[in-house]
Design a binder for this molecule. Sequence first.
Ligand SMILES: Cc1cc2nc3c(=O)[nH]c(=O)nc-3n(C[C@H](O)[C@H](O)[C@H](O)COP(=O)(O)OP(=O)(O)OC[C@H]3O[C@@H](n4cnc5c(N)ncnc54)[C@H](O)[C@@H]3O)c2cc1C
Length: 482
Amino acid sequence: MSREHVLVTGAGIAGLGAALALGDTRRVTLVDRDRAAPLDDAEDAFLHWERRGATQLRHSHVFLGRLTTLLATRYPALLKELTDCGARIFTFQDGLPPPLRDSYTPRPGDEDLSILFSRRTTLELVMRRTVKRLPNVTILDEAGVRGVLIEGGAVKGLKVERGGVVEDLQADLTVDASGRNTAFPDWLRAAGIKVGEEESPAGILYFTRHYRLRDGAEEPTRDGTPGAGDLGYIKFGVFPADNRHFSITLAIPEIETELRMAVVKPEVFDRVCAEIPGCARWTDAARAEPASQVFAMGNLKSVWRSYSPMPANFFALGDAAVRTNPLYGRGCSAGIVHAHILREVLDATGDPAARAETFAADTRKALRPFYDSMVRQDTLAIRRAANERDPHYQPSWRARAIKSLVEDAIGPATRGDIAVLRAFSRAFHMIDDPNDWWKRPDMVARLIGFWGLPEKYKRARGFYPPKFGPERAEMISKLKLA
Ligand SMILES: Cc1cc2nc3c(=O)[nH]c(=O)nc-3n(C[C@H](O)[C@H](O)[C@H](O)COP(=O)(O)OP(=O)(O)OC[C@H]3O[C@@H](n4cnc5c(N)ncnc54)[C@H](O)[C@@H]3O)c2cc1C
């Protein structure tokens, strides 16, 4: 047991991840401005847990293989408690497209590609429960961090306000896990530290509505109708969750002003869902009933922060350090992985300068490839959304070739070739580098092979997904929007 006391701002996913990662070897205090959940119950947390510090709490969340595997290997009791609470594990085999189901043979590594189906409130509730049981961890709820104590380039603790009284809390190590709206960069800048912020727009707004399966109703069978897709003017996703809940998110480009202003109305949201086959089969009134209003969220962007020089004994984790477009579902996995990187760095050396340097380098190595790949995809999606609105748009040959590569090679190959699906999924789930899989010679050969197959042959074998939904003009007309 180290004698170090770690003071963490934020008891969200990264803060709780830090408590899990460090709590067996260090004394950890989590400080969060919000209240704890009123009752220790998943349904009550979903309905009543007020989290002004984490306003994304009631948006759809998917938890990728990287996070699920980390929980399964390091915290099996936590994962068991989650599933006892109604969360579900959706395996690689469960998600296989129809053409691959009958010939599937499990391979080592497939177990890393399981998704955790859970409302975000349920996951946080159970993580919190586990963390509260750790003897070395304390959670200070309703305690707002108001500033940072800094002396000679080293962070010494925090200014914390509780019940109207501000006090200085000293610590050996200070962690910023205060999420997307962290105030630490401003506080540290004021102390003369340079904070670098690279930003890139996500280009979308998020609209989420929750539903509950009616008594006796079952989830739709997985017949190959995609539960997620991109229509260019709307991206959609169905997020199965715990206890017969599921949610649907419609991500609408910022430039689609009329559409995004309309879709916040529950009746319009449901009408849009009814036009998209992958959503309609879930929201069908005979199968499910709405369980919430439509939640909207904007100001979505990617941000990469770096500190120069990194103040001694200070570490930023999760969204406070690296924020990404929620569409990729990677933020929570990244936050927990980041907390475990911190644990390894702290265990490796006690030297503050070496810790700062290694933490920055290891963060970059683990998370930067994903960040860069998402930013690149966002740039393309923003361009595509603008083109959707332009009736005179004529794609260049390059744009046509990229579209064809995605739609006629990568798409069909991930539905028709298990090796390609595995490689793609390992990148999707943050296990392998997202930029490498499709450059491997064996993958290039397979993708070119699929590209060259006649369309008719690919269609006959179910390698193309059914159409995601109507074209933009048709949807706009059906919704009677300008
Ligand atoms: C709309 C949306 C949908 C998303 N969907 C997914 C998804 O499907 N899958 C996924 O993995 N990720 C998703 N994400 C990303 C994910 O929510 C974040 O990456 C994750 O919550 C980051 O964890 P965190 O602990 O860094 O921050 P948060 O979880 O936001 O926690 C920050 C905590 O800090 C506290 N805090 C803030 N300031 C202070 C202060 N001054 N004093 C005390 N406490 C403070 C807050 O109360 C809060 O509890 C989504 C994000 C958004 C916006």
